[in-house]
Design a protein around this ligand. Structure first.
Ligand code: G3P
Length: 194
């Protein structure tokens, strides 16, 4: 197998590891998919397992997205270095270990963006935190950040990133369809600490 293909397979597989489910099962004897929003992401981990597990899952899920991009940068691959990060994000959403189900792509995509362009990451983090402060909805903050990611890649004229950020934006919006419905119903849970 050639190196680019090996990196893509590795990126998908590392992205597909459901760290929150493993931590929930191993250390808390809780199946995260049966509690809260049922999502395997950072937000539901904070909600159900608490702050310590939430921080660990956030870091691990971001690491899943960052590592493939860093490897691509280090081995000087011919492909766009964000592609392995995208593969990891898609692995997180469509995990081979969960019958092609999974999370909502937010933390893993954020990790990929951080490794690709830390300034872009800081801008998107600012957008995320500002939206969160104003709305108290993590889901809405994730959606807005994904849309801003797409808009910024157009502004930066990073043509391949436009395509990748478009895919991530669509996946994030589609995966948050139940959250969007709950926001409109007024039943989406809000954070209480900001
Ligand atoms: O990262 C996912 C977040 O945006 C929403 O998670 O559990 O509230 O559906 P959740």
């Amino acid at each position: 197998m050639e190196i680019n293909m090996m990196l893509l397979v590795f990126s998908y597989l590392i992205g597909a590891i459901p760290f929150s489910l493993l931590i929930g099962k191993w250390f808390y004897k809780i199946n995260l998919r049966e509690h809260g929003s049922g999502n395997i992401g950072t937000t539901n981990t904070f909600r159900i397992l608490g702050k310590k597990a939430g921080i660990v899952v956030l870091l691990l899920d971001m690491f899943k997205g960052a590592l493939p991009v860093l490897i691509a940068i280090l081995i000087d691959t011919e492909m766009h270095v964000f592609i392995p990060g995208l593969a990891a994000a898609l692995g997180h959403v469509y995990s081979i270990f969960l019958k092609f189900k999974g999370g909502k792509a937010v933390a893993t995509s954020a990790g990929a963006v951080l490794a690709y362009n830390p300034i872009l990451f800081i801008i998107l983090l600012t957008v995320f935190l500002t939206t969160l402060k104003l709305s108290k909805y993590v889901s809405l903050s994730s959606i807005i950040s994904a849309i801003v990611f797409f808009i910024l890649s157009i502004v930066f004229r990073d043509y391949l990133l436009i395509a990748f950020s478009f895919i991530i934006m669509v996946v994030i919006v589609v995966r948050h369809s139940s959250n969007i419905k709950r926001i409109m119903d007024g039943t989406e849970s809000k954070i209480t600490f900001m």
